[in-house]
Design a protein around this ligand. Structure first.
Ligand code: PAF
Length: 282
C-alpha cells in the first residue's frame, strides 16, 4: 500500500496533469531512480516552490547503465520511497514498468554533443548520457510537466539535460538545486549505502580536497600545479581517481586560468567497488 497516488501508465499520468493544468496549476517533475534520500526530498521541496503539483518518477533506467555497471544491484526500495514522498507531500509517483518505457521494437536514442562530450563522465561511461537524455526526454514529454528539478550533484547530467530541453524545445524549465551534503561534507547519493564503514570514513576526503583546491584557485595559485596536487592528495588517500578537473561551469570546456571561468571543479573517484562523483564551484 503506497499511500500516495501511483501512476503506472503514461495515460493515467497525463490525465491527471491535464486536470491540474485545466485548473490553472503548474506541474513539476522530479526524475529519480528511487532509493530516495534527503537529497531527493530537497528536490521535491524545491519543486514545490515552483509548482502546485509535484510528480516524482521512480524508474531504474537500464539504458544508462553499461553491462558491467550496477543496474541489477541498484537499490530498489519502493515502499520506503513512497513513505518518504507521503511525508514530503508530493502529489504522485510515476512508476512505470520497463515495458512502458522501452516497448518491444524501441529503437530511438537522443544523440548528444556539447556538454555530453567533454571527456568527463562520458570518458568513463560512454553510453551513459545517451541513456539519461533518452529517458529524460521521454519523461518530459510523457508528463508534460512545466518544470523538472535536477540536483547539481550530477553536474554534467544537469548541463546535458538543460541543453537538450532547450535544443529540442521540450517546453519544460530545468531547475537546478545545490548538492545536499552529510555533516562531514560527503555529497548525498543513493550509492553511499554501498560504502563499507572504513570507506565511508574516508569518503569526505573528496570534498575536503576540492574545497582546498577551490580556495587555492580563488587565491590565484597556479592552476595546473594546484589541480595536480589535489589529484595526488586523493590518490594518496587511497582512491582510484578517474578525474579531478577544473572546467568552465557552463560549457564544461577545459580552462587554463581563473580568467577562463566561471570554473567548476568536477571529480569522480573509486573506493572499493563504489564510484563517487562530486563537484563544487570555484
Ligand atoms: O539522476 C538520476 O537519478 C537519473 O540519471 C535520472 C535523471 C533519474 C534519469 O534516469
Amino acid at each position: 500500500m503506497a499511500g500516495i497516488t501511483v501512476f503506472e501508465s503514461v495515460a493515467a499520468m497525463r490525465e491527471a496533469v491535464a486536470g491540474w493544468h485545466a485548473a490553472g496549476e503548474k506541474v513539476a517533475l522530479v526524475p529519480t531512480m528511487g532509493a530516495l534520500h534527503e537529497g531527493h526530498i530537497a528536490l521535491v521541496t524545491e519543486a514545490q516552490r515552483h509548482a502546485q503539483r509535484v510528480i516524482v518518477s521512480i524508474f531504474v533506467n537500464p539504458t544508462q547503465f553499461a553491462p558491467h555497471e550496477d543496474f541489477k544491484k541498484y537499490p530498489r526500495t519502493f515502499d520506503d520511497d513512497c513513505a518518504k514522498l507521503v511525508a514530503a507531500k508530493a502529489d504522485a509517483v510515476f512508476f512505470p514498468p520497463v515495458e512502458a518505457m522501452y516497448p518491444a521494437g524501441f529503437a530511438t536514442r537522443v544523440l548528444l554533443l556539447g556538454p555530453a562530450a567533454v571527456g568527463l563522465e562520458d570518458r568513463f561511461r560512454p553510453t551513459h548520457f545517451e541513456g539519461v537524455a533518452t529517458i529524460c526526454c521521454k519523461l518530459f514529454t510523457q508528463s508534460r510537466a512545466d518544470y523538472a528539478v535536477f540536483g547539481e550533484k550530477d553536474y554534467q547530467q544537469l548541463k546535458v539535460v538543460t541543453r537538450m530541453a532547450a535544443d529540442l524545445d521540450l517546453g519544460i524549465t530545468i531547475v537546478p538545486l545545490a548538492t545536499l551534503r552529510e555533516d562531514d561534507g560527503l555529497a548525498m547519493s543513493s550509492r553511499n549505502r554501498y560504502l563499507s564503514p572504513e570507506h565511508r570514513a574516508l569518503a569526505p576526503v573528496l570534498h575536503r580536497v576540492m574545497q582546498e583546491l577551490a580556495a587555492k584557485l580563488r587565491n590565484r595559485d597556479d592552476l595546473f600545479k594546484a589541480v595536480a596536487d589535489a589529484q595526488n592528495a586523493i590518490i594518496t588517500a587511497g582512491f582510484e581517481l578517474d578525474y579531478l578537473e577544473a572546467r568552465h561551469a557552463e560549457t564544461l570546456a577545459p580552462v587554463t586560468s581563473l580568467a577562463d571561468g566561471p570554473i567548476r571543479l568536477l571529480l569522480a573517484a573509486r573506493i572499493g567497488a563504489t564510484r563517487l562523483i562530486d563537484n563544487i564551484a570555484v
